[in-house]
Write a protein that binds this ligand. Structure first.
Ligand SMILES: Nc1nc2c(c(=O)[nH]1)N[C@H]1C(S)=C(S)[C@@H](COP(=O)(O)O)O[C@H]1N2
Ligand SMILES: [Mo]
Length: 430
Protein backbone atom coordinates (compact mmCIF):
# COMPACT_ATOMS: atom_id res chain seq x y z
CA UNK A 1 0.00 0.00 0.00
CA UNK A 2 1.62 3.20 -1.11
CA UNK A 3 0.35 6.36 0.50
CA UNK A 4 0.60 9.75 -1.22
CA UNK A 5 3.78 11.60 -0.46
CA UNK A 6 3.24 14.10 2.34
CA UNK A 7 3.39 17.69 1.19
CA UNK A 8 6.23 20.02 2.00
CA UNK A 9 6.30 21.21 5.58
CA UNK A 10 3.77 18.71 6.80
CA UNK A 11 5.24 16.11 9.10
CA UNK A 12 3.82 12.74 8.25
CA UNK A 13 1.02 12.06 10.67
CA UNK A 14 -0.23 9.01 8.88
CA UNK A 15 0.24 5.87 10.86
CA UNK A 16 1.45 2.96 8.82
CA UNK A 17 -1.14 0.48 7.78
CA UNK A 18 -0.44 -2.55 9.96
CA UNK A 19 -0.42 -4.98 7.09
CA UNK A 20 1.76 -2.63 5.08
CA UNK A 21 4.25 -2.64 7.97
CA UNK A 22 4.57 -6.37 7.97
CA UNK A 23 4.56 -6.73 4.23
CA UNK A 24 8.09 -7.07 2.90
CA UNK A 25 9.64 -6.91 -0.50
CA UNK A 26 6.49 -5.77 -2.22
CA UNK A 27 7.52 -2.20 -2.86
CA UNK A 28 7.78 -1.26 -6.49
CA UNK A 29 9.51 2.02 -5.95
CA UNK A 30 12.54 2.75 -3.84
CA UNK A 31 10.71 5.69 -2.36
CA UNK A 32 7.57 4.83 -0.46
CA UNK A 33 4.78 7.00 0.78
CA UNK A 34 3.58 6.93 4.36
CA UNK A 35 5.76 5.13 6.83
CA UNK A 36 6.46 1.64 8.06
CA UNK A 37 8.85 0.13 10.58
CA UNK A 38 10.89 -3.06 10.62
CA UNK A 39 8.79 -6.05 11.54
CA UNK A 40 11.28 -7.59 13.99
CA UNK A 41 10.23 -5.55 17.01
CA UNK A 42 6.59 -6.45 16.35
CA UNK A 43 7.45 -10.10 16.17
CA UNK A 44 9.22 -9.86 19.51
CA UNK A 45 6.29 -8.09 21.06
CA UNK A 46 4.03 -10.84 19.81
CA UNK A 47 6.02 -13.48 21.68
CA UNK A 48 5.49 -11.60 24.93
CA UNK A 49 9.22 -11.59 25.66
CA UNK A 50 9.35 -7.84 26.02
CA UNK A 51 6.69 -7.93 28.73
CA UNK A 52 9.05 -9.29 31.44
CA UNK A 53 9.48 -6.72 34.21
CA UNK A 54 12.95 -5.15 33.97
CA UNK A 55 14.97 -4.46 37.13
CA UNK A 56 14.42 -0.71 36.90
CA UNK A 57 10.74 -1.24 37.52
CA UNK A 58 11.42 -2.99 40.81
CA UNK A 59 13.16 -0.17 42.68
CA UNK A 60 12.59 3.53 43.15
CA UNK A 61 14.43 5.69 40.66
CA UNK A 62 16.90 8.37 41.66
CA UNK A 63 15.55 11.54 43.22
CA UNK A 64 15.29 15.07 41.95
CA UNK A 65 18.33 17.36 41.84
CA UNK A 66 20.74 14.55 41.18
CA UNK A 67 22.34 16.41 39.56
CA UNK A 68 20.83 19.93 39.78
CA UNK A 69 21.99 20.68 36.22
CA UNK A 70 20.77 17.76 34.15
CA UNK A 71 22.98 15.69 31.87
CA UNK A 72 22.14 13.06 29.23
CA UNK A 73 21.58 9.41 30.10
CA UNK A 74 24.86 7.55 30.71
CA UNK A 75 23.79 5.28 27.86
CA UNK A 76 24.32 8.24 25.50
CA UNK A 77 27.95 8.68 26.56
CA UNK A 78 29.22 8.27 22.98
CA UNK A 79 27.17 11.19 21.72
CA UNK A 80 29.87 13.79 22.24
CA UNK A 81 31.95 16.33 20.38
CA UNK A 82 35.08 14.89 18.84
CA UNK A 83 38.18 16.19 17.19
CA UNK A 84 39.16 15.02 13.75
CA UNK A 85 42.81 14.44 14.38
CA UNK A 86 44.84 14.85 17.53
CA UNK A 87 46.00 18.43 17.61
CA UNK A 88 49.37 19.71 18.67
CA UNK A 89 47.58 22.13 20.97
CA UNK A 90 44.07 21.94 22.31
CA UNK A 91 43.68 25.67 22.68
CA UNK A 92 44.05 26.40 18.95
CA UNK A 93 41.78 23.56 17.97
CA UNK A 94 38.42 22.41 16.68
CA UNK A 95 35.79 19.96 17.84
CA UNK A 96 32.92 18.58 15.78
CA UNK A 97 29.24 18.17 16.59
CA UNK A 98 27.82 14.61 16.38
CA UNK A 99 25.31 15.30 13.59
CA UNK A 100 24.78 11.57 13.07
CA UNK A 101 22.96 11.49 16.42
CA UNK A 102 21.00 14.70 15.92
CA UNK A 103 17.22 14.98 15.77
CA UNK A 104 15.28 18.02 14.66
CA UNK A 105 17.21 21.21 14.10
CA UNK A 106 18.46 22.65 17.40
CA UNK A 107 21.96 21.76 18.55
CA UNK A 108 22.06 21.12 22.30
CA UNK A 109 24.47 23.50 24.01
CA UNK A 110 26.81 20.74 25.14
CA UNK A 111 27.19 19.48 21.56
CA UNK A 112 27.84 22.75 19.72
CA UNK A 113 31.08 22.54 17.80
CA UNK A 114 34.03 24.54 19.13
CA UNK A 115 36.59 26.54 17.22
CA UNK A 116 39.10 28.42 19.32
CA UNK A 117 42.28 30.14 18.23
CA UNK A 118 43.61 30.62 21.75
CA UNK A 119 41.44 28.57 24.07
CA UNK A 120 38.32 29.49 26.04
CA UNK A 121 38.92 32.51 28.26
CA UNK A 122 37.43 32.44 31.73
CA UNK A 123 35.54 35.72 31.81
CA UNK A 124 33.91 37.28 34.88
CA UNK A 125 30.74 38.82 33.42
CA UNK A 126 30.76 41.58 36.05
CA UNK A 127 34.15 42.73 34.80
CA UNK A 128 33.41 42.29 31.10
CA UNK A 129 32.80 45.44 29.05
CA UNK A 130 31.62 46.13 25.52
CA UNK A 131 33.19 49.25 24.03
CA UNK A 132 31.63 50.92 20.98
CA UNK A 133 33.78 53.66 19.48
CA UNK A 134 35.34 55.02 16.30
CA UNK A 135 33.12 56.91 13.85
CA UNK A 136 30.24 57.35 16.28
CA UNK A 137 28.70 60.42 17.90
CA UNK A 138 28.62 59.08 21.47
CA UNK A 139 31.17 56.35 22.26
CA UNK A 140 29.85 53.90 24.81
CA UNK A 141 31.17 51.45 27.38
CA UNK A 142 28.57 48.91 28.50
CA UNK A 143 28.53 46.46 31.38
CA UNK A 144 26.66 43.21 30.82
CA UNK A 145 23.86 44.45 33.12
CA UNK A 146 23.51 47.62 31.05
CA UNK A 147 23.54 45.70 27.80
CA UNK A 148 20.82 43.37 29.01
CA UNK A 149 18.53 46.35 29.68
CA UNK A 150 18.25 47.06 25.94
CA UNK A 151 15.23 45.69 24.05
CA UNK A 152 16.05 42.08 23.18
CA UNK A 153 15.20 39.69 20.38
CA UNK A 154 15.50 35.93 19.89
CA UNK A 155 16.09 34.16 16.63
CA UNK A 156 17.07 30.72 15.47
CA UNK A 157 20.11 30.75 13.20
CA UNK A 158 22.74 28.32 12.02
CA UNK A 159 26.44 28.94 12.45
CA UNK A 160 28.90 27.12 10.21
CA UNK A 161 32.67 27.38 10.08
CA UNK A 162 33.74 28.16 6.52
CA UNK A 163 36.31 25.37 6.90
CA UNK A 164 33.51 22.80 7.29
CA UNK A 165 33.67 19.85 4.82
CA UNK A 166 37.27 19.87 3.51
CA UNK A 167 36.47 17.87 0.37
CA UNK A 168 38.16 20.05 -2.26
CA UNK A 169 40.89 17.64 -3.28
CA UNK A 170 39.85 14.32 -1.79
CA UNK A 171 37.68 12.70 0.84
CA UNK A 172 38.89 10.80 3.86
CA UNK A 173 37.33 7.30 3.63
CA UNK A 174 37.13 7.07 7.43
CA UNK A 175 35.09 10.23 7.90
CA UNK A 176 31.48 10.14 9.00
CA UNK A 177 29.15 13.13 8.99
CA UNK A 178 30.54 14.34 12.32
CA UNK A 179 33.94 14.80 10.69
CA UNK A 180 32.72 16.06 7.32
CA UNK A 181 29.93 18.42 8.38
CA UNK A 182 30.18 18.75 12.17
CA UNK A 183 31.37 22.37 12.16
CA UNK A 184 27.72 23.34 12.10
CA UNK A 185 25.24 24.27 14.79
CA UNK A 186 21.81 25.78 14.95
CA UNK A 187 20.67 27.52 18.13
CA UNK A 188 18.08 29.94 19.39
CA UNK A 189 20.10 33.06 20.13
CA UNK A 190 18.95 35.90 22.37
CA UNK A 191 20.47 39.33 22.57
CA UNK A 192 20.28 42.88 21.26
CA UNK A 193 20.15 43.84 17.61
CA UNK A 194 23.37 45.62 16.68
CA UNK A 195 21.24 48.27 14.95
CA UNK A 196 19.70 49.10 18.35
CA UNK A 197 23.16 49.72 19.83
CA UNK A 198 24.32 51.69 16.79
CA UNK A 199 21.23 53.84 17.16
CA UNK A 200 22.25 54.53 20.74
CA UNK A 201 25.79 55.65 19.83
CA UNK A 202 24.79 57.50 16.65
CA UNK A 203 26.51 56.41 13.46
CA UNK A 204 28.90 58.84 11.84
CA UNK A 205 28.14 59.47 8.13
CA UNK A 206 31.49 57.92 7.09
CA UNK A 207 30.95 54.68 9.02
CA UNK A 208 31.05 51.79 6.54
CA UNK A 209 32.65 48.94 8.47
CA UNK A 210 32.54 47.60 12.02
CA UNK A 211 35.59 45.99 13.57
CA UNK A 212 34.65 43.34 16.13
CA UNK A 213 37.24 42.18 18.65
CA UNK A 214 37.18 39.22 21.02
CA UNK A 215 38.51 39.11 24.59
CA UNK A 216 40.45 35.86 24.12
CA UNK A 217 44.23 35.64 23.99
CA UNK A 218 43.94 35.72 20.18
CA UNK A 219 42.03 39.03 20.41
CA UNK A 220 40.36 37.80 17.25
CA UNK A 221 39.12 40.57 15.00
CA UNK A 222 37.01 40.70 11.87
CA UNK A 223 35.46 43.54 9.92
CA UNK A 224 31.75 43.52 9.17
CA UNK A 225 30.11 45.65 6.46
CA UNK A 226 27.77 48.27 7.88
CA UNK A 227 24.82 46.95 5.85
CA UNK A 228 25.03 43.64 7.74
CA UNK A 229 25.48 45.44 11.06
CA UNK A 230 22.27 47.41 10.43
CA UNK A 231 20.36 44.45 9.03
CA UNK A 232 20.20 41.36 11.27
CA UNK A 233 23.46 41.37 13.26
CA UNK A 234 23.05 40.80 16.99
CA UNK A 235 25.17 40.81 20.10
CA UNK A 236 23.96 37.70 21.91
CA UNK A 237 24.13 36.52 25.52
CA UNK A 238 21.51 33.75 25.34
CA UNK A 239 21.82 30.33 23.67
CA UNK A 240 18.95 27.86 23.67
CA UNK A 241 17.29 29.35 26.72
CA UNK A 242 20.33 29.85 28.94
CA UNK A 243 23.40 32.05 29.01
CA UNK A 244 25.96 31.44 26.27
CA UNK A 245 28.32 28.59 26.99
CA UNK A 246 31.95 29.61 27.62
CA UNK A 247 32.93 27.71 24.45
CA UNK A 248 30.45 29.79 22.44
CA UNK A 249 31.63 33.15 23.72
CA UNK A 250 30.33 33.74 27.26
CA UNK A 251 29.28 36.32 28.20
CA UNK A 252 28.79 37.98 24.79
CA UNK A 253 29.26 37.15 21.12
CA UNK A 254 28.57 38.74 17.78
CA UNK A 255 26.00 36.85 15.72
CA UNK A 256 25.89 37.44 11.98
CA UNK A 257 23.16 35.12 10.68
CA UNK A 258 24.25 33.33 7.49
CA UNK A 259 27.84 34.65 7.59
CA UNK A 260 30.86 32.37 7.93
CA UNK A 261 31.47 31.23 11.50
CA UNK A 262 34.76 33.05 11.86
CA UNK A 263 33.12 36.49 11.73
CA UNK A 264 30.85 35.65 14.66
CA UNK A 265 33.36 37.01 17.16
CA UNK A 266 33.16 35.32 20.55
CA UNK A 267 33.86 36.97 23.92
CA UNK A 268 33.01 40.25 22.19
CA UNK A 269 34.61 43.26 23.86
CA UNK A 270 34.95 45.96 21.22
CA UNK A 271 33.14 47.32 18.19
CA UNK A 272 34.91 50.06 16.27
CA UNK A 273 33.23 51.93 13.44
CA UNK A 274 35.47 52.86 10.51
CA UNK A 275 35.33 53.83 6.86
CA UNK A 276 37.14 50.74 5.55
CA UNK A 277 37.84 47.12 6.49
CA UNK A 278 40.33 46.75 9.31
CA UNK A 279 41.78 43.40 8.23
CA UNK A 280 45.22 43.38 9.74
CA UNK A 281 45.98 40.07 11.34
CA UNK A 282 47.29 37.18 9.32
CA UNK A 283 44.67 34.86 10.74
CA UNK A 284 41.79 36.83 9.30
CA UNK A 285 43.37 37.72 5.95
CA UNK A 286 43.57 33.97 5.33
CA UNK A 287 39.80 33.83 4.95
CA UNK A 288 39.91 34.07 1.17
CA UNK A 289 39.42 31.49 -1.61
CA UNK A 290 42.28 30.96 -4.06
CA UNK A 291 40.88 30.54 -7.58
CA UNK A 292 42.34 28.59 -10.54
CA UNK A 293 43.57 31.80 -12.21
CA UNK A 294 45.62 32.71 -9.14
CA UNK A 295 43.25 35.46 -7.99
CA UNK A 296 41.67 35.17 -4.57
CA UNK A 297 38.02 35.67 -3.74
CA UNK A 298 37.71 38.04 -0.79
CA UNK A 299 34.75 39.10 1.34
CA UNK A 300 32.98 35.80 0.70
CA UNK A 301 30.99 36.15 3.86
CA UNK A 302 27.68 34.45 3.12
CA UNK A 303 27.53 30.66 3.49
CA UNK A 304 25.84 29.24 0.41
CA UNK A 305 23.13 26.60 0.41
CA UNK A 306 24.24 23.18 1.58
CA UNK A 307 22.71 19.95 2.86
CA UNK A 308 23.79 16.56 4.12
CA UNK A 309 22.12 13.29 5.00
CA UNK A 310 22.79 12.61 8.67
CA UNK A 311 21.04 9.25 8.78
CA UNK A 312 22.01 6.89 7.33
CA UNK A 313 25.51 8.32 7.07
CA UNK A 314 29.14 7.18 7.04
CA UNK A 315 29.97 4.74 9.82
CA UNK A 316 26.35 3.69 10.37
CA UNK A 317 24.77 0.42 9.34
CA UNK A 318 21.36 -0.52 7.96
CA UNK A 319 21.00 -3.16 10.61
CA UNK A 320 17.59 -4.51 9.77
CA UNK A 321 18.36 -5.83 6.29
CA UNK A 322 16.36 -4.78 3.25
CA UNK A 323 13.18 -2.86 3.97
CA UNK A 324 12.03 0.51 5.14
CA UNK A 325 14.46 3.22 6.26
CA UNK A 326 13.89 6.91 6.71
CA UNK A 327 16.52 9.11 5.11
CA UNK A 328 16.97 12.23 7.19
CA UNK A 329 19.30 15.19 7.12
CA UNK A 330 19.91 18.90 7.41
CA UNK A 331 19.80 21.76 4.93
CA UNK A 332 20.68 25.43 5.37
CA UNK A 333 21.49 28.59 3.44
CA UNK A 334 23.08 31.86 4.47
CA UNK A 335 20.99 33.59 1.81
CA UNK A 336 17.63 32.89 3.41
CA UNK A 337 15.08 30.11 3.51
CA UNK A 338 15.49 26.62 2.12
CA UNK A 339 12.94 26.22 -0.66
CA UNK A 340 13.26 22.47 -1.16
CA UNK A 341 15.55 19.51 -0.70
CA UNK A 342 15.84 16.59 -3.07
CA UNK A 343 17.15 13.16 -2.22
CA UNK A 344 18.71 10.54 -4.50
CA UNK A 345 19.51 6.90 -3.76
CA UNK A 346 21.20 6.24 -7.12
CA UNK A 347 24.04 8.74 -7.01
CA UNK A 348 22.11 11.61 -8.54
CA UNK A 349 20.50 9.92 -11.54
CA UNK A 350 17.02 10.46 -10.14
CA UNK A 351 15.81 12.87 -7.48
CA UNK A 352 12.80 12.87 -5.19
CA UNK A 353 11.52 15.80 -3.19
CA UNK A 354 11.98 15.36 0.56
CA UNK A 355 9.59 16.56 3.24
CA UNK A 356 10.73 19.66 5.09
CA UNK A 357 9.96 19.88 8.79
CA UNK A 358 8.38 23.16 9.81
CA UNK A 359 9.20 25.79 10.79
CA UNK A 360 11.34 26.63 7.76
CA UNK A 361 13.24 29.68 8.95
CA UNK A 362 15.57 32.01 7.12
CA UNK A 363 19.26 31.27 7.77
CA UNK A 364 18.36 28.37 10.03
CA UNK A 365 18.87 24.65 9.68
CA UNK A 366 15.94 22.70 8.22
CA UNK A 367 15.35 19.00 8.85
CA UNK A 368 14.38 17.00 5.76
CA UNK A 369 13.08 13.46 5.60
CA UNK A 370 12.40 10.97 2.81
CA UNK A 371 11.00 7.46 3.17
CA UNK A 372 13.09 4.79 1.45
CA UNK A 373 12.66 1.09 0.91
CA UNK A 374 16.14 -0.41 0.58
CA UNK A 375 16.29 -3.34 -1.83
CA UNK A 376 19.49 -4.70 -0.27
CA UNK A 377 21.69 -3.64 -3.18
CA UNK A 378 24.44 -1.03 -3.35
CA UNK A 379 23.08 2.48 -3.21
CA UNK A 380 24.51 6.01 -3.34
CA UNK A 381 22.66 8.43 -1.07
CA UNK A 382 22.71 12.14 -1.82
CA UNK A 383 20.79 15.27 -0.92
CA UNK A 384 20.75 18.65 -2.59
CA UNK A 385 19.34 21.89 -1.26
CA UNK A 386 17.69 24.66 -3.24
CA UNK A 387 17.25 27.96 -1.44
CA UNK A 388 14.76 30.77 -1.92
CA UNK A 389 17.10 32.59 -4.31
CA UNK A 390 16.87 29.58 -6.65
CA UNK A 391 20.48 28.59 -5.97
CA UNK A 392 20.98 24.83 -6.33
CA UNK A 393 23.63 23.10 -4.22
CA UNK A 394 26.29 22.05 -6.75
CA UNK A 395 27.77 18.65 -7.49
CA UNK A 396 31.45 18.32 -6.64
CA UNK A 397 32.45 18.64 -10.31
CA UNK A 398 30.33 21.74 -10.81
CA UNK A 399 31.87 23.43 -7.78
CA UNK A 400 35.43 22.53 -8.74
CA UNK A 401 34.87 23.68 -12.34
CA UNK A 402 34.27 27.18 -11.03
CA UNK A 403 36.51 27.35 -7.99
CA UNK A 404 39.32 24.90 -8.73
CA UNK A 405 40.80 22.88 -5.87
CA UNK A 406 43.09 25.44 -4.23
CA UNK A 407 40.46 26.82 -1.90
CA UNK A 408 40.24 25.70 1.66
CA UNK A 409 37.03 27.39 2.73
CA UNK A 410 33.43 27.41 1.50
CA UNK A 411 33.03 23.88 0.19
CA UNK A 412 29.30 23.21 -0.16
CA UNK A 413 28.98 20.46 -2.77
CA UNK A 414 26.62 17.50 -2.59
CA UNK A 415 27.78 14.78 -0.20
CA UNK A 416 27.53 11.12 -1.20
CA UNK A 417 27.23 8.17 1.20
CA UNK A 418 27.53 4.68 -0.22
CA UNK A 419 25.46 1.79 1.10
CA UNK A 420 26.98 -1.65 0.67
CA UNK A 421 24.87 -4.82 0.32
CA UNK A 422 25.99 -5.77 3.85
CA UNK A 423 24.31 -2.60 5.12
CA UNK A 424 27.48 -0.68 5.90
CA UNK A 425 27.37 3.01 5.07
CA UNK A 426 30.56 4.89 4.25
CA UNK A 427 31.72 8.06 2.58
CA UNK A 428 31.70 7.58 -1.19
CA UNK A 429 35.18 7.74 -2.68
CA UNK A 430 34.71 8.66 -6.33
N1 LIG B 1 37.21 35.67 19.82
C1 LIG B 1 37.13 34.62 18.98
N2 LIG B 1 36.03 34.52 18.20
C2 LIG B 1 35.92 33.48 17.35
C3 LIG B 1 36.93 32.49 17.23
C4 LIG B 1 38.06 32.62 18.09
O1 LIG B 1 38.98 31.79 18.09
N3 LIG B 1 38.12 33.70 18.94
N4 LIG B 1 36.79 31.48 16.30
C5 LIG B 1 35.94 31.79 15.16
C6 LIG B 1 35.68 30.66 14.27
S1 LIG B 1 36.87 30.27 13.13
C7 LIG B 1 34.45 30.05 14.23
S2 LIG B 1 34.09 28.87 13.09
C8 LIG B 1 33.43 30.34 15.27
C9 LIG B 1 33.15 29.07 16.05
O2 LIG B 1 32.18 29.29 17.02
P1 LIG B 1 31.96 28.19 18.14
O3 LIG B 1 33.26 27.89 18.81
O4 LIG B 1 30.91 28.73 19.04
O5 LIG B 1 31.50 26.96 17.43
O6 LIG B 1 33.81 31.36 16.16
C10 LIG B 1 34.60 32.39 15.60
N5 LIG B 1 34.79 33.41 16.58
MO1 LIG C 1 35.94 28.88 11.57
Amino acid sequence: MVKPHAVKGTPSQQLPDRRAVLKTGAALSAFVGGASVPSLSMAQAATGLSLTVPEWMKVQGRGILSPPYGVPSPFEKDVVRRQREVRVTDTAATSFSPLQNSFGTITPNGLCFERHHAGVPSIDPDRHRLVIHGLVERPLVLTMDELMRFPSVSRIAFLECSGNTPNWKSVNPDFGVQQTHGLLMCCEWTGVLLSTLLDEVGLGPEAKWVLAEGADAAAMTRSVPIAKALDDAMVVYGQNGERLRPEQGYPLRLLLPGYEGNMNIKWLRRLKLGDQPFETREETSKYTDLMPDGKARQFTFVMEAKSVITRPSGGQRLSGGPGFYEISGLAWSGHGRIDRVEVSTDGGQSWHEAQLQEPILSKAVVRFRAPWRWDGKSALLQSRAIDETGYVQPRHGELVDVRGVNSFYHYNAIQTWSVNPDGKVAIHVA
